[in-house]
Design a protein around this ligand. Structure first.
Ligand SMILES: Cc1cc2nc3c(=O)[nH]c(=O)nc-3n(C[C@H](O)[C@H](O)[C@H](O)COP(=O)(O)OP(=O)(O)OC[C@H]3O[C@@H](n4cnc5c(N)ncnc54)[C@H](O)[C@@H]3O)c2cc1C
Length: 457
């Protein structure tokens, strides 16, 4: 396996993951590093950072997919950006293995490593989930969900078999956290507006189901807000099952712990996240939830003390919550923390590079939560201030429109929303994105036109 050494004879800062933490930490480093002081290398399987809080709006057709991702190369001028997945981390020998898609893996050495690989869906060993369900962590999933829901509606409009049609129009969401509720609400809104375009369908043909194991939804907001959300969803005709588990969904036949059984062509899994599993095979200290253990200054720390040259933040790290508000004493995995941890991490890393021994402690008291539930509907909680409906929706859009990185993306998102206000959302599904050569192959195999004898004079 080839080893790519840092040829520039200056320390390499290797950032694993170009998401919320990775992009912002790299930008901060590039801005503050002296000339020739260090090389910043960012490795990510995608050439873009995904602004995940917008995935539900992308799925709901309110934001164009490309507007919800931030290109890494364009926004990290001066950094080395490598499109590939880190598959192994050997911190003792200070190298990682990088696997570019469809190419040979190679080793990459480093002096300082920043672990910013985020999280992945936390699934349970429920029969059928791995085979039939889809998550909502990536832009591709949001696009596929939007097209899938719209295509199922289109196909159902021509179905004469009641059972088949019911299955096509049943959409199940597992997990009533922020992400799951937002995705459910956005897609239900999209589906309701889409059925209006078909004479053979009515809104009553749609069935949306939420399955939540706890007795409430959205742990991020207070009890009263959470109860309001459940009432609101039920008023929209959504079946909300609390204290209920999905037990099986083999062949898309769902069995719930309350005894209900039904077929559903769409099963969305959004029941929490776990730290990126790439850390499990590394020699870095991780906790029982697979997160790298760090101090409040974001230096990695194991049982034997601080691990030299290793830093971590965001969803893949167990960052102590000094405000006292976190779950189990740690910051909850959200963008609010990730974007604030990134500059602290970068500043401390720079200080360490320069031989300083004083580091900033990460401290952030959560400012609250805002969630969109489809156009003009939302819920939010900022300390004791609670908002519902239009005001909360405006707060959600205002906050996230401002929070998505880069002026370019902010302008595109706000522009998109403004156009939607005039023309309505674009509820046109694209077909065959997973088989783009289909039409060409069919054309290549189609019968030639019969040869005709030239007409006699
Ligand atoms: C649907 C949804 C809605 C959300 N809504 C909100 C919200 O409203 N408010 C809020 O505060 N938070 C929200 N979050 C959570 C928030 O997006 C995350 O907490 C935040 O993105 C974490 O930042 P991160 O940098 O740790 O991880 P990420 O932003 O996920 O970045 C991790 C990066 O690592 C890359 N990566 C993965 N594997 C590898 C590998 N092997 N090698 C190299 N790179 C790798 C990934 O491609 C990704 O770019 C939401 C999340 C989701 C999924």
């Amino acid at each position: 396996m080839a080893l790519i050494r840092n040829s520039k004879l200056r320390p390499r800062i290797l950032i694993v993951g170009g998401g919320s933490v990775g992009l912002l930490a790299a930008q901060h480093l590039l801005k503050n590093l002296g000339r020739g002081e260090a090389t910043v290398t960012v490795v990510d399987p995608n050439p873009y950072m995904t602004y995940q809080p917008f995935l539900p709006e992308v799925a709901g057709g309110n934001i164009e997919p490309r507007h919800a991702v931030v290109p890494l190369r364009r926004n990290l001028k001066g950094a080395e950006v490598i499109t590939g997945a880190v598959t192994r981390i050997d911190h003792a020998a200070k190298f990682v293995v990088v696997e570019p898609e469809g190419d040979e893996p190679f080793e990459l050495d480093y002096d300082q490593i920043v672990l910013a690989a985020g999280s992945v869906a936390r699934t349970l060993p429920i029969p059928g989930v791995a085979e039939e369900a889809i998550g909502l962590k990536r832009i591709e999933e949001a696009v596929a969900l939007r097209d899938h829901v719209l295509n199922r509606i289109g196909e159902a409009s021509l179905m004469e078999n009641d059972e088949q049609r019911r299955r096509a129009l049943t959409f199940v969401f597992v997990g009533g956290g922020f992400a799951g509720i937002e995705a459910l609400a956005e897609l239900e809104d999209l589906a309701r507006s889409a059925v209006g375009q078909y004479e053979t369908l009515t809104e009553a043909d749609l069935r949306f189901v939420l399955v939540e194991a706890m007795g409430r939804v959205m742990p991020e907001v207070g009890e009263a807000q959470a109860r309001w959300v459940v009432d609101h969803l039920r008023e929209r005709g959504i079946d909300v099952y609390l204290e209920t588990f999905l037990q099986d969904c083999t062949d898309k036949h769902c069995k719930l712990s309350n005894g209900e059984e039904f077929d559903a062509d769409t099963i969305v899994w959004s029941a929490g996240v776990k730290a990126n599993p790439v850390l499990v095979d590394s020699d870095l200290p991780i906790d029982e939830r697979g997160r790298v253990t760090v101090r409040a200054d974001l230096r990695v720390e194991g049982e034997e003390g601080v691990v030299d040259g290793a830093w971590a933040a965001g969803d893949n790290a167990a960052v102590p919550d000094l405000s006292g508000g976190g779950v189990g004493g740690f910051c909850v995995p959200n963008a609010q923390h990730a974007v604030r941890q990134a500059p602290v991490l970068a500043a401390n890393l720079l200080a360490a590079l320069r031989g300083e021994t004083e580091f900033q402690q990460y401290f952030h008291k959560t400012i609250g939560s805002v969630a969109g539930l489809g156009p003009y509907k939302g819920v939010s909680q900022m300390g004791n201030f609670e908002a519902r409906g239009l005001l909360a929706w405006l707060m959600h859009r205002g906050y996230h429109g401002y929070a998505i990185p880069t002026v370019d993306r902010k302008a595109r998102v706000f522009g998109n929303w403004a156009l939607n206000l005039v023309f309505g959302r674009d509820s046109m599904p694209l077909k065959d994105l997973d088989v783009p050569r289909k039409a060409f192959v069919e054309a290549a195999h189609s019968k030639p036109a019969p040869k005709k004898e030239p007409a006699k004079a």
